[in-house]
Design a protein around this ligand. Structure first.
Ligand SMILES: [Zn+2]
Length: 384
């Protein structure tokens, strides 16, 4: 994505030079100029001219089908939201999408979606912080997206898919096995209780469409591999530092959720992650903070920073310090087979070998039992 910088000169009446708050939002507009040639370059010229100066209008980016032009530095306020000194102008980045008849509108929208995703990541913002000009002033803008059925919805979806491509997705199928997770946790001297919850993560996460290794890595960070030692202890069955509905200070034990057992605690963790990832959660909600406004606000692990926890580095640390080492751990061979289960099958094969008069059946049972012993790392021991 190439961004051409062509700033409105400092001191012009439509470049107030006021420091932006945040930025906390991205405001999307359509240019409402369908004329041939009304592309991003034409708007850059317009903003440097006297008409824009006298009307005191300005915004940060204009996007057409082949380029993005930036008109203001991102730490300065533009006048585009129609709300005076309100939050639209004072705390949002303004983007105009071109609709010139001689341009390709679909491409312009696709470029704008990519730019919005880029800005959301740059400023650690979520999809809920992408708003229409209409949100601030009631104006019918961006009118092309608003007037086309599902236009705005589709635009946000395009932004989401850029976000997903750019980070570590929370949603999806498992990319690490339970055996890998256990081997990794053991190598970090995890508490026994942390090993015990791993199968619960792998079981429930699969049902919910969440990557279990992402949740387990987050839990390792939140609970110090089940050693706890912070405000919350093991008796809370709280594997992710989740607070109560009312919340409160991090150092306040009463501000943290307490669950009846590990399964409920893990389920609440996964439901809360699913909410951030924008997934629909089925069944009983045990997550005490399942607030609708959080939905879809962090589709990548990285985006959890500044949201799930105050630190902007929170999600990056989960990926770098926990998830990647987990995924790079090779599952030892004896983790691949449950030894206890293997022993039960071996006993059954032994009984079959004893009971059968058929030599072929006996040979097959004998062969299968030995193969299973080898795979499970059980010594062959005495031959019968
Ligand atoms: Zn507008």
């Amino acid at each position: 994505m190439i961004i051409i910088q062509d700033f409105i000169p400092e001191g012009r009446p439509n470049r107030p030079g006021t420091r932006i708050t945040g930025p906390r939002y991205i405001t999307v507009h359509d240019t409402a100029n369908p004329n041939n040639g009304a592309d991003a370059l034409a708007h850059a010229n317009y903003l440097k001219g006297d008409d824009a100066a006298s009307r005191q209008v300005s915004w940060h980016f204009t996007v057409d089908d082949i380029r993005i032009v930036q008109h203001l530095p991102l730490d300065e306020v533009g006048w585009h939201a129609g709300d005076g000194n309100g939050p639209g102008n004072s705390s949002s980045i303004g983007i105009e999408i071109c609709e010139n008849a001689d341009g390709n509108r679909a491409r312009a929208e696709a470029n704008a979606a990519e730019l919005v995703a880029h800005l959301l990541m740059q400023f650690s913002l979520g999809i809920n912080e992408v708003v229409q000009h209409n949100h601030w002033s009631g104006k019918n803008c961006p009118h092309v997206l608003r007037e086309r059925p599902n236009g705005w919805k589709g635009f946000l979806k395009a932004v989401q898919s850029h976000l997903q491509a750019a980070g570590t997705p929370i949603a999806g199928a498992a990319q690490a096995t339970l055996g890998q997770a256990l081997a990794w946790a053991r190598s970090r001297n995890a508490d026994q209780s942390f090993l015990k919850v791993a199968p619960i993560y792998w079981e429930i996460a699969g049902e919910m469409g969440i990557r279990p290794e992402v949740a387990y890595a987050q839990s390792a960070k939140e609970t110090a591999f089940g050693r706890f030692g912070g405000t919350v202890d093991r008796s809370y069955h709280n594997w992710c530092g989740l607070k109560t509905r009312e919340g409160g200070a991090s150092g306040d034990p009463g501000a943290h959720a307490r669950f009846p057992d590990d399964e409920t605690g893990v389920r609440a963790h996964l439901q809360h992650l699913a909410l951030y990832a924008g997934l629909e959660v089925q069944g009983d909600i045990v997550d005490p903070r399942h607030f609708p406004w959080l939905k879809g606000t962090a589709v990548t692990v990285e985006a959890l920073g500044g949201r799930w926890a105050p630190s902007a580095d929170y999600g990056v640390s989960i990926v770098r310090d926990y998830l990647e080492p987990l995924q790079n751990t090779e599952a030892p061979a004896d983790d691949l087979v449950d030894k206890e289960a293997a022993q039960k099958v071996i006993n059954l094969l032994g009984a079959l070998w004893m009971a059968s008069a058929d030599e072929l059946v006996q040979a097959a049972a004998h062969y299968a039992a030995n193969a299973l012993r080898d795979a499970a790392g059980i010594p062959r021991g005495e031959e019968r």
